[in-house]
Structures are given as structure tokens and as C-alpha cells.
Design a protein around this ligand. Structure first.
Ligand SMILES: Nc1ncnc2c1ncn2[C@@H]1O[C@H](COP(=O)(O)OP(=O)(O)OP(=O)(O)O)[C@@H](O)[C@H]1O
Ligand SMILES: [Mg+2]
Length: 240
């Protein structure tokens, strides 16, 4: 049954590459306006899950319901545009910072958005670099441009794949403040940093080998985990 509280409802999802099952998620619901953090070791399927949530690929098996509509057979551009993702190694155009942030709006037919673009750059602390060429930026600056490019679209869901991995502490703070100010926007945050998950998330999920081992409120996940592997992961004791 579609439920108005859920932006995404995933059921019986399996995703395979060749013969390997990369994701196996009997159920995963993501609430409107929540910050859901996903943690898990390298190769556990976090980025693959974001690709499914961004509708870049359809799951091998199972259905994704988005805003009450089932999306199992086709990847509809109009639905895809309601979601934005900042991937781990974002590719920027060899143009100015400003043009990079403007690009997604132009694809949607919006050409006069100077204020919105400058506001997005300001939110990631890059308004003074609007005219810089994107290829001259540092890794952390490029990542923040990618974030500005996503938020200027005002998506209903923002998917962030390790958004602070290359950033210094000041800029980690800038990005974390931005996540905290998400308002009605749903955020799925993939992070290796369990402290960041604790700081920002309403709920936290642990992925291990494509399975959601535990999903709970941040309080429950960190203070009273049900699965012993959650405690081991949180304490940095997991051997994988
Ligand atoms: N296009 C693909 N074809 C084949 N295998 C893939 C493909 N994409 C990902 N995989 C495999 O799926 C598994 C999960 O990859 P994924 O990128 O989702 O992991 P991750 O949790 O994001 O890891 P990391 O923390 O290192 O980013 C890995 O074993 C990876 O090699
Ligand atoms: Mg990844």
C-alpha cells in the first residue's frame, strides 16, 4: 500500500551485476524529509543503492515506489529530475564554476537563474569563485561545486555519496550545516564517517555485502544496536 509518509518504498529489491548479487533488500522505506545515513564497508553496495534511488538503473528484481508511483519498467526522465545526486567523484564541465551550476537548470529549460545560482554557490562557500574555471579547482572545491549544482535544482531527494570525503574541517562544517538545513528535502547520505552519521541522521542503516543488516533511529543504531555487527562497525572493530 502506498503511504503518504514515504517518498521511496523499496520492496524485494535484488540487483545483480553478471551473476553476482550486489544488493538484496527485502524492504527499505525512506520517509519524506528525513536524513537517512547509510554506512558500510567498501564494496557493500552503497553507491549502487544510490544509483537505483536516482533511477540511473532499474533493479534486476523488485519494485521501487517513488511518491506513490511504482517505477519498475522504465526510468522516467521527469521522475529522475525530482532527485539529484552528488557522486563520489563528480565530473565537472570545463567551463566556469557558475556555468557548471547553471547547466542542470538549462537542461530543464531555466535560463535566468542568476540569483538561485549565486545563492547555491554561497551555501557551499564558493560565491567568490563563480568565474573560476572548474578545472582549476581543488578536489574539495570541485566537490562543493557538484553539491551546489545539485541543490540549485531544489530536488525532493538529494543523494550524497561521501560528500565530505575530500574536505578540510571548515568545509565539512559548511556541508554539514547545509544538510542540517535541508527543510522538506529528503537526504540519503552515504558516509564512511560514523560520527557524521550520528551528527546528521534521523535514521542510520548499515549495509554489509548488499544486505541492510540494521536500520534504526540514530539513537537506537548507536546506543542500542540489535545486530552485534552494528556495534562492531560503529566501534571500528569490524574485520572485512
Ligand atoms: N557496473 C558494475 N559492474 C559490475 N560490478 C559492479 C558494478 N558497479 C559496482 N559493482 C560491484 O558492486 C559492489 C558494490 O559496489 P558499490 O560501488 O556499490 O560499493 P560501495 O559500498 O559504494 O563501496 P565504496 O565505499 O568503496 O564506495 C562492488 O563489489 C563492485 O565491484
Ligand atoms: Mg561507493
Amino acid at each position: 500500500m502506498p503511504d503518504a509518509n514515504w517518498l521511496y518504498q523499496l520492496s524485494e529489491i535484488q540487483h545483480r551485476y553478471a551473476a553476482r548479487t550486489i544488493l538484496d533488500l527485502p524492504v527499505l522505506d525512506i520517509a519524506r524529509g528525513e536524513v537517512l545515513a547509510l554506512v558500510g564497508p567498501s564494496g557493500s553496495g552503497k553507491t549502487t543503492l544510490l544509483r537505483l534511488l536516482q533511477f540511473l538503473e532499474a533493479p534486476t528484481h523488485g519494485a521501487i515506489t517513488f511518491d506513490g508511483a511504482v517505477l519498475n519498467d522504465h526510468l522516467d526522465l521527469t521522475v529522475r529530475r525530482r532527485v539529484a545526486t552528488v557522486f563520489q567523484s563528480p565530473a565537472l564541465l570545463d567551463r566556469s564554476v557558475y556555468d557548471n551550476v547553471a547547466y542542470g537548470l538549462q537542461l530543464r529549460g531555466i535560463r535566468t537563474a542568476y540569483d538561485a545560482i549565486m545563492t547555491a554557490l554561497e551555501r557551499v562557500g564558493l560565491q567568490s569563485m563563480a568565474r573560476a574555471r572548474a578545472r582549476t579547482l581543488s578536489g574539495g572545491e570541485a566537490q562543493r561545486v557538484a553539491l551546489a549544482r545539485a541543490i540549485v535544482l531544489q530536488p525532493e531527494a538529494l543523494l550524497l555519496d561521501e560528500p565530505t570525503a575530500n574536505l578540510d574541517p571548515y568545509n565539512v562544517g559548511v556541508i554539514e550545516d547545509l544538510v542540517r538545513a535541508h527543510g522538506a528535502m529528503t537526504i540519503v547520505l552515504v558516509t564512511h564517517n560514523v560520527f557524521q552519521a550520528k551528527r546528521l541522521a534521523d535514521r542510520v542503516g548499515l549495509l554489509l555485502s548488499g544486505k541492510l543488516i540494521e536500520l534504526g533511529t540514530a539513537e537506537q543504531f548507536f546506543s542500542h544496536p540489535i545486530d552485534p555487527r552494528t556495534r562492531a562497525f560503529v566501534n571500528g572493530e569490524m574485520v572485512y
